[in-house]
Design a binder for this molecule. Structure first.
Ligand code: FEO
Length: 398
């Protein structure tokens, strides 16, 4: 049965939620589910903004049919070809064979890679700053390459000042009936998931996000309609500021993320000692066992805080496998501009410290503290004092 919500007098949210998906893109856990947003404008022409993931296509098509009330679908604007938004295009063409597809040239080419239907006969190819009218609404287009794929484009409704922002400004988490960010306590209940979404989906592409923010800054935006998460119509500046921080790799807060890998608990014990020593100095600390906590959560925390402590036992003469995975993942997401301390453990030939340092030295603008700590099996009084000193050095570096 259809289930949609009104966004403005003639614009409707016709997406849906998936709470059964365990891993978004096969790699990011989504314990709170995820929403796939599509929007329908009922103007003199009918305009659909993207489609949805195949998982929620049934209710999407019911929403579309219910709202069209027998009218045809004139246009679908495709902002992003990733299948969580475009998988249903094939089904859309079968149901509405006369629909015109508004997209840029890169999107048209990708569409031909994903689908067998005739793209060229339906495509209305647009470029950045082109205009498009649906009757009472006019639109311009903004290229947003690599936010999150190269073909990504945003639309701006110059009539109602609405930015259709593709993946940008989205969040993990199902919507629980609320489609506007101001209907929930976003900062309390969704900001962590928004950060985790941002850092893992587009964190690597900070400069490209900065370029889009610059373009968006020139627009008078009253509302943002992303493809995941909430519609923004209040406090837009607050959310844009978060994007400014994240995309420029500036921490939101002073604090320390301790990420450790420990086989028999001794490295973990050292990090418990360090976390207590930091707290005694008034420093905010988050501690993660990278063998337990998914990398996407730890990466998100590293984007939030100013400092990172990486602690790992030595394993097969290298870094413990889960820590190596985490650090490589973190580096792949282009983390920059953090102060880092390294703690290694090794019962006969500690080597993880040097190797962790090599990975982190490959990241830009990292301040890696010279004085780390080496454990040989377990913490002794000498290492306890070194950990106290490390806590002091970290505190002084803030
Ligand atoms: Fe939500 Fe890049 O797709």
């Amino acid at each position: 049965m259809y289930c949609y919500r009104k966004v403005t007098k003639d614009l409707y949210w016709i997406g849906s939620n998936d709470r059964r998906l365990s891993m978004f893109e096969g790699v990011y856990s989504v314990p709170g589910g995820v929403s796939y947003n599509a929007y329908l404008l009922l103007d003199e022409k009918t305009v659909l903004f993207d489609t949805v993931d195949a998982a929620v296509q049934e209710v999407f098509f019911e929403n579309l049919e219910q709202l069209l009330q027998g009218r045809g679908l004139d246009y679908v604007i495709v902002h992003h070809m990733e299948p969580d938004h475009s998988a249903t295009l094939g089904g859309l063409i079968l149901r509405y064979p006369d629909v015109k597809i508004v997209c840029n040239a890169k999107t048209a080419n990708m569409m031909k890679q994903f689908f067998a239907f005739d793209v060229d006969s339906r495509a209305v190819i647009v470029k950045e700053n082109d205009t498009f009218s649906s009757g009472t609404h006019s639109f311009t287009f903004v290229n947003a390459p690599m936010v999150h794929w190269p073909e990504v484009m945003l639309s701006y409704d110059t009539t109602d000042h609405i930015l259709f922002s593709a993946d940008a400004f989205g969040t993990f988490g199902a919507l629980d009936g609320a489609i506007f960010a101001d209907e929930v306590d976003f900062e309390r209940d969704y900001l962590d998931e928004a950060r985790r979404y941002y850092t893992n989906i587009v964190g690597k592409y900070g400069p490209q996000v900065q370029a889009v923010l610059k373009k968006a800054g020139a627009l008078d935006i009253a509302m943002i309609c992303p493809l995941h998460g909430f519609v923004w119509r209040e406090n837009i500046g607050w959310y844009l500021e978060k994007y400014q921080l994240w995309s420029s790799y500036q921490p939101e807060e002073k604090g320390v993320v301790i990420a450790y890998a420990s086989v028999y608990g001794h490295t973990a014990n050292a990090m418990e000692i360090l976390s207590c020593a930091l707290r005694e100095r008034g420093v905010k600390v988050r501690v993660f066992d990278v063998s337990v906590t998914p990398a996407s959560d730890v990466i998100s925390a590293v984007f939030k805080y100013s400092h990172l402590v990486a602690a790992s036992t030595t394993y097969n003469a290298g870094i413990f496998v889960k820590m190596e995975e985490f650090l490589n993942d973190l580096a792949a997401h282009n983390i920059q501009n953090r102060t880092v301390a390294i703690v290694e453990n090794g019962s006969w030939a500690p080597a993880s410290g040097k190797l962790m340092r090599q990975i982190l030295e490959g990241c830009k603008k990292m301040n890696i503290l010279e004085e780390g700590v080496t454990l040989k099996s377990s913490v002794k009084e000498e290492q306890r004092m070194q950990l106290e000193q490390l806590a002091e050095n970290i505190t002084q570096s803030m």
